[in-house]
Design a protein around this ligand. Structure first.
Ligand code: GDP
Length: 314
């Protein structure tokens, strides 16, 4: 057990969808949460990270900072995804070690697993086969992060752990169509199609890939659970436990938004990996389960999107 009460916890990446959800979730724990804006600490610069940790000296770190993006962004900017993520992980873990910070939770992603892995994917599938090419750079950086956490645990005795969330969505997501993941993209596209009176909405690829989706609030709850209760070498999958095809997902989004037109495919865009349903048996076995069903989560995310677009246009 890691007792959070009275501890100072640095949430790195607090502006992101997951980091901000972790900050909100930690508000109900008796700990002090600290954050650093990008203008104060560029996490890709080692000296800046060292100075920050030396000044602030947290007891624990949630490493939710990362360069993230959807299939097109990952495929187009592999150097950025590899460099930024490797630097962030390496700088934070080394500076944490130098400051003798003994507790750290590193966040990865389900894309670390082989492209054609048996489903549902268990933790021990890591490094057993070739990766999905569209997000290989990001996956390699995240695999390096898992291995770093294990190495600092083994060599220095620090209690660093890793969690691998499935595809996430929720309030605070990125709705830019070129860099977003599929749920925010579909929410925005169907919303705009409805407003414009369009007859159709376009989905990338065939619509047949399957994806598992977890709401960011559920993910944050699981991460705090792991921070408080888990100590171990192996990373832990954080999933929802069920998946849908992209076409089924599009129908749900259309239903939530109230768009009744046709769904058409853009076959010039990639499908990515055919399926990546994770086994979350390990986490379930520890006593954690998600509580936000997909449709309800999309409804509240659509509500957040409407609010934030109306604020922006004021
Ligand atoms: P992935 O899980 O790394 O492939 O990330 P994404 O969330 O970007 O994409 C998931 C699946 O949704 C892929 O098969 C995409 O081709 C498909 N997809 C369909 N329409 C869209 C869209 O408008 N944007 C994105 N990002 N993906 C889409």
């Amino acid at each position: 057990m890691f007792e959070l009460a009275g501890k100072r916890v640095w949430v790195a990446g607090h502006r992101g969808m997951v980091g901000s959800a972790v900050v909100r979730r930690l508000a109900s724990e008796a700990c002090e949460v600290v954050t650093a804006d990008r203008s104060t600490v560029d996490l890709r610069r080692q000296a800046q990270v060292e100075t920050y940790l030396n000044d602030v000296k947290p007891d624990a770190i949630v490493l939710a900072a990362a360069k993230v993006g959807g299939i097109l962004a990952n495929d187009t900017y592999p150097a950025d995804f590899l460099y930024d993520n490797l630097m962030i992980e390496a700088n934070i873990m080394q500076a944490a070690h130098e400051n003798n910070i003994g507790r750290l939770l590193f966040l990865g992603s389900s894309c670390i697993y082989p492209k054609l892995n048996a489903q549902p994917i268990t933790e021990d599938s890591l490094l057993t086969g070739p990766l999905e090419p569209t997000n290989e750079a990001y996956a390699i950086a995240k695999i390096a992060g898992i291995k770093m956490a294990q190495a600092y645990r083994r060599q220095h005795g620090h209690d660093y752990i890793s969690a691998m969330p499935t595809n996430l969505y929720g309030p605070g997501d990125n709705f830019d169509l070129n860099s977003s993941h599929v749920i925010p993209a579909l929410i925005r596209k169907t919303h705009e199609a409805k407003l414009n009176g369009d007859k159709e909405v376009v989905v990338w690829g065939t619509g047949s890939p399957r994806r598992e989706f977890l709401h960011a609030e559920d993910c944050a709850d699981a991460l705090v659970f792991l921070l408080k209760t888990y100590s171990g070498d192996q990373h832990v999958n954080v999933g929802y436990g069920d998946d849908v095809t992209i076409l089924e997902l599009t129908r749900i989004v259309c239903g939530v938004v109230g768009f009744t037109g046709k769904i058409v495919q853009d076959l010039s865009k990639p499908d990515g990996t055919p399926r990546k349903l994770m086994s979350s048996d390990k986490l379930r076995g520890m006593g954690w389960a998600p509580s936000i069903p997909l449709r309800a989560g999309i409804e509240s995310t659509y509500g957040w999107f409407l609010e934030s677009t109306s604020k922006r246009s004021q």
